[in-house]
Design a protein around this ligand. Structure first.
Ligand code: ADP
Length: 384
């Protein structure tokens, strides 16, 4: 790879959503020239990168043509045309994380097989080709109700995941290839973001705890540090480090885990990129997850992940009942509160539960941050 910190070096970022936009902001600090590929000309990163290229990250030619313009490629999503990435790698373009690992991660079925083969804890599962196979397995009592069914590919933000509790839910069973796993009796959902560079240096951020909006099944509040014992924190970080090393992964990896009621940690899923559960690091940690992604893929020393302040992150979701050109209500009232940092992604249109921005709330205590977060939740509204 060419010396990356020079205006000549071109970093390609595949997909230009909010994670891509924030990654561009980090790259701008180092005067790295950024190219972004996205299907939508109004994608959040399109207005901040140096070169925006409209095209599909699932299309062979679009990815190939994009890749040939840059020196290195990284990602804000995992579903990319892998064959195009392999071709680009052969042509000498640096692709991090590696296409083979992306392929493994983009399929929840192969992810689960990887955990099993490497003795990494995750809930028991079975893979299915189609709906008929699932119904046969239920009838033959090979799987028991209730269970969770997940599409192997292309699910996100809880879409592509469903609970099947009774026979009346059979109509909604997914027909596409899926995996089925037991419903985990969990205490909490937590996440550890970990980075690794080519030198093998590894560094994790403190564990975060996720609280869900029960209706939208989207992460609504994210609390860091998580309210867990030191020993669970230590185990969670060790587990994340073990996953990244066993994958021989270079880049930034988010490891989502369940803490079960009986105190075990199970891996839920991993994401080979920056993550919603790491937004808060921009303000609360010495190094943000975006800078850490750059450091890891460019083989720079990894930055300190120490927290400078406890933080709560709130996703700004489109208010139910509103669809169309977006307005933000209550912006000024929230800006008056110390430690409230608002990020608006720049999506022109809102719809119910669409991720339109996030707010990081800093306070000396999590209790204090929670009070401020409740105010923001009540007062900052995404409407039309
Ligand atoms: P996505 O890739 O869409 O984020 P996940 O696999 O993370 O999907 O599942 C979304 C949510 O569904 C999880 O955050 C969790 O709340 C719930 N969930 C997933 N798997 C299980 C499980 N085995 N038991 C209980 N809840 C689960």
């Amino acid at each position: 790879m060419e010396q990356p910190v020079s205006s000549d070096f071109k970093l390609g970022i595949i997909s230009g959503g909010q994670l891509g936009k924030l990654l561009v902001a980090a790259a701008n600090n180092w005067d790295i020239t950024t190219y972004v590929l996205d299907g939508s000309a109004s994608a959040p990163a399109s207005g901040v990168c140096n070169e925006f290229i409209q095209g599909s990250y699932l299309d062979y030619d679009d990815v190939l043509n994009f890749g040939r313009k840059v020196d290195a490629i990284t990602f804000e999503i995992e579903n990319v045309n892998i064959n195009a990435l392999r071709q680009l790698k052969e042509e000498g373009i640096t692709i991090l994380p590696d296409p083979d690992v992306l392929e493994l991660i983009s399929d929840k079925g192969t992810q689960k097989e990887f955990y099993e083969e490497n003795a990494l804890p995750s809930s028991p599962f079975r893979l299915f080709k189609d709906k008929e196979e699932v119904i046969d397995a239920i009838n033959n009592k090979e799987i028991k109700l209730p269970f969770v069914q997940k599409l192997r590919r292309m699910g996100y933000d809880g879409r592509g995941v469903q609970m099947i509790r009774t026979q009346s839910d059979f109509d909604k069973l997914f027909g596409a290839p899926s995996l089925i796993e037991e419903i985990v009796d969990m205490e909490k959902e937590i996440s550890v973001i970990v980075a690794r560079n080519k030198n093998g240096e590894t560094q994790s951020f403190p564990t975060v705890e996720m609280e869900f909006n029960p209706v939208a099944n989207l992460v609504e509040l994210l609390i860091s540090p998580a309210n867990i014992s030191e020993s669970i924190e230590k185990r969670a970080v060790e587990l994340a480090q073990s996953v990244i090393s066993k994958l021989d992964f270079i880049g930034l990896l988010a490891v989502e885990m369940f803490l079960t009621k009986d105190g075990n940690l199970l891996i839920n899923e991993i994401a080979p990129r920056t993550h919603n559960s790491g937004h808060h690091t921009i303000e609360s940690c010495i190094t943000s997850q975006y800078e850490q992604q750059l450091r890891s893929i460019l083989n720079f020393p990894l930055g300190s992940t120490a927290m400078q302040s406890p933080a709560i992150m709130l996703n700004l979701l489109g208010e139910p009942g509103y669809e169309g050109v977006v307005k933000y209500q209550g912006f000024e009232e929230c800006l008056k509160i110390e430690g409230v940092k608002i990020h608006i992604y720049g999506k022109a249109e809102t719809r119910p539960y669409r991720k339109m921005g996030h707010v990081t709330i800093l306070d000396q205590s999590i209790d204090g941050a929670r009070k401020k977060a409740n105010f923001v939740k009540e007062n900052l509204k995404v409407i039309t």
